[in-house]
Design a protein around this ligand. Sequence first.
Ligand code: SAH
Length: 219
Amino acid sequence: MTTRHSGIGMTSQRTRMRMVERLRGEGIRDEVVLAVMGEVPRHLFVDEALASRAYEDISLPLGFGQTISSPYIVARMTELARAGSTLNKVLEIGTGCGYQTAVLSRLAKEVYSIERLAPLLAKARRNLRDVRVTNARLRHGDGILGMQEVAPFDVIVMAAAATHVPETLLGQLNMGGRMVLPLSSNNEQRLCIIERTPQGYVEKKMDPVKFVPLLPGTA
Ligand code: SAH
């Protein structure tokens, strides 16, 4: 463990448990997801200067104009993605600091995560190593392309807002699999779930949200 594991004050287990209670109050129902949120040390994924605010229900800056999603959003997306089932392969688009990757890694056998910004990916790699996540594979690339060679996935989680559902990604879903993503239209974003059923893709619009935009290419 590194010196960043202070385990005191605002970054303690007790603070994390208070966060879990708040998430429960806000409507997160999946106890498995809540347990994982209580385990993953979120403060280790943000800059040290922000660590004391890591468990508040806010998104925080990651640098490079990107943000780590709030605990509620991570829990909500994970709950929708899991849908009460055990997951085999999960694809995440927008690794950011790797926090949601760490959460997903405790709920799935394998997690694959794509990030377009190289310096952020390097940060995520360090963070995930520090918290000893060993079942996540990170890739520098454009998430819109997915990972055809690893597909199909039980779940695809996208942490950046798209204006339309990327077709390539839908094709990489398992039958019965789900994609959870923020979709924007008319200056409004909503969380969406798209399920692949034998009858076709079924889309459901959920909560209003605020994500950074999905951008093409790498940097
Ligand atoms: N789940 C992340 C949230 C990061 S914010 C966390 O917990 O930290 C969204 C991320 O998506 C940003 O890091 C951004 O660089 C990335 N992103 C945006 N467009 C992308 C694309 N086309 N492919 C891969 N990553 C992308």
